[in-house]
Every structure is written in C-alpha cells, then in structure tokens.
Design a protein around this ligand. Structure first.
Ligand SMILES: C[S@@+](CC[C@H](N)C(=O)[O-])C[C@H]1O[C@@H](n2cnc3c(N)ncnc32)[C@H](O)[C@@H]1O
Length: 297
C-alpha cells in the first residue's frame, strides 16, 4: 500500500504533538466557539482530529480554502453542507471582499507544501507571505487574537533565485541587527544541508515583524522540520505562532506606538531564533519507520 497523501507518520506527529496541544491550551483559555480557517487537503485529517475526534471545534465553524476543484468536491461529498468550503487560491481569497466577511478566526492553518519565497516576477513580497500579511490585516480589523499554523517546503531548490534574494536580505538583517550570523554564513555554503535551518530562523522573524506592525504581540511557540516518509525529495517546516492583539492607547501617535512595538518585535525575534527546531523524523519510533518504508513502493 503506498503512503497516504498528507498523512505520513511525521505529519501525524505534527498534528498530534505540535498542533493539538497548542489548540487544547488555547481552547482551555477561550470563552466561546473557536472559528477555524484551514487548507484541509483531500482527506481533511486536521478537521477529523480537531472537530470529530477531539470536539474542540464545531464543523459549522470551519472554513476551508482549497485551490484544487477535485479536492474541494471530495470534501463536500465527505462532510456535507455543514462544512464551508471555498474553492480558490488563498492569495486571491485573503483579499476577496466576500471572504473578508467571514473573518475573524481564532485558528488559521496555512498548510502549504511548496516554498515560501518562490516568485515568478519581481514583487514587494512573495505571495505566500503576502497572504499571511493580509490575514493578519483582516484579523487586526476585528482586534482578534489567534493562533497561526504555517507550513512551507524547505528543500534548497524550492525557492528560485528571485525568491532567494528575500532570504539573503533577511539573513543579512538578522546578522546585522540581532548578531545572528548563521543563516547568512550558511547561505554561502552547502545549501542542500542548511536551507531548512536557515528558513526555520528567517520565516518566524518575518511573521513576528508582520504581526508586530499590525499590533499583535507575536510569539513563535513551535517549529519542526520533517521529511514525510523519510523522503529524499521533500522537507517541510511547520511553525506555530500565537498572535495576541494589543490595544494601543488612542492618545499615542502611530510613530510612538510603533516604537513600543519595535522593542518587543526584536525580543520575540531573538526568542524565536533561540527556539529549538524539532526534527520530527528523530521522534518517530524506529520500528514504525521500518514498517512504513516497507509499505512504500
Ligand atoms: C497539505 S494539504 C492540507 C493537509 C491538512 N491540513 C492536514 O492536516 O491533513 C494542503 C491542501 O491545500 C491546498 N492548497 C495548497 N496551496 C493552496 C493555496 N495557495 N490556496 C488554496 N489551497 C491550497 C492543496 O491543494 C491541498 O489540498
């Protein structure tokens, strides 16, 4: 039997050991019903776990964005009309007027399987990061704190030259401003070995900056790397962020309030750099790994 799509033992570990405890903790402190925006994939394994098995979220409170029409159709057939599925590209949907009316959410899961920095033409921001920024923007309009799960591919070849310029500039900034020199150093060496670690440092610092600029005290509270089914072709980074909305005094100028946020942005970035990157492949028991690899063609 071939390995199931989006359900490797490593992905299951991320769902159960990284996402679920974070959601449980949020749920235990939250009064009200959690609204969830996700890419559920063809089988909806995340909503099976959070809504059907653990009952932390009601199916009616889940909104799915899915760009593949066949996958969207399959989800409708599996879960029926209670589940709200919007077919389309997340980059377009995060800006669509109609979709904005469904905000705010308390958990947003952008579970990508491609690179964060790939761009086809010069842009101010790569589209995935602009999607994150728009979502933060939409949440800010409702002054609503939320959890963000973000996954991206991290093999050395996932981001093209144009995209890698963003990575180099960010690495340079972290070296200069925070004295964090490894990403810059590693980019000049063996990318195949070091690119996941480099992105594991850079991506959280970008999200923390975006959150801070929209009045969210943003913490990276988890980061993990895995190769699904120990594949040589795919490496995925999975991040967990907590974005706490901070009301700023209405008497402060935007310059003064940004100055306050600047200090905390730097502190949160330092903490994110110091946070351990969990290697999920090392967490999967050896026997289970062997069984899995035998099952694969
Ligand atoms: C990795 S799967 C989701 C797995 C699910 N979260 C889980 O825990 O099992 C990602 C899904 O999102 C869809 N997708 C990927 N990029 C997208 C985008 N930019 N916009 C909308 N849907 C996207 C893919 O077609 C796929 O079905």
């Amino acid at each position: 039997m071939p390995g199931q799509l989006f359900n490797s033992p490593e992905k299951q570990w991320v769902r159960r050991r990284l996402w679920l405890p974070t959601l449980r903790d949020f749920h235990s402190r939250f009064l009200g019903e959690i609204k969830y925006l996700t890419f559920a994939g063809p089988q909806g394994h995340d909503l099976e776990l959070f809504a059907i098995q653990q009952k932390l979220i009601r199916i009616e409170n889940i909104r799915i964005w899915e760009n593949a029409p066949d996958v969207a159709k399959r989800l409708v057939q599996k879960y029926g009309p209670a589940l709200k599925i919007k077919q389309g590209e997340a980059f377009d949907l995060c800006k669509a007027k109609n979709e904005k009316s469904f905000f705010p959410f308390h958990l947003v899961n952008l579970d990508y399987t491609s690179g964060a920095f790939h761009v086809d033409q010069p842009r101010r921001l790569p589209t995935k990061l602009e999607t994150v920024q728009m979502i933060i923007n939409n949440q800010e309009e409702h002054a609503t704190s939320f959890l963000l799960f973000l996954a991206v591919a991290a093999k050395a070849d996932v981001d093209n030259d144009l995209g890698r310029l963003f990575v180099q500039k960010a690495a340079f900034d972290l070296a200069k401003r925070l004295g964090k020199t490894e990403p810059l150093f590693d980019l000049t060496r063996d990318l195949a070995k070091t690119y996941p670690e480099t992105l594991a440092t850079i991506v959280p610092c970008i999200v923390i900056r975006m959150g801070g600029e929209h009045h969210f005290d943003t913490h990276c509270i988890g980061k993990a790397v895995y190769r699904p089914y120990r594949s040589a072709k795919t490496t995925i980074l999975s991040f967990v962020f907590n974005l706490e909305y901070e009301n700023v005094p209405l008497t402060l100028s935007s310059h003064q309030s940004m100055k306050l946020f600047d200090e905390s942005i730097e502190d949160r970035q330092r903490k994110a750099c110091a946070l351990q990157l969990i290697d999920v492949n090392l967490k999967i028991p050896r026997r289970r790994r062997k069984i899995r690899s035998k099952q694969l063609p």
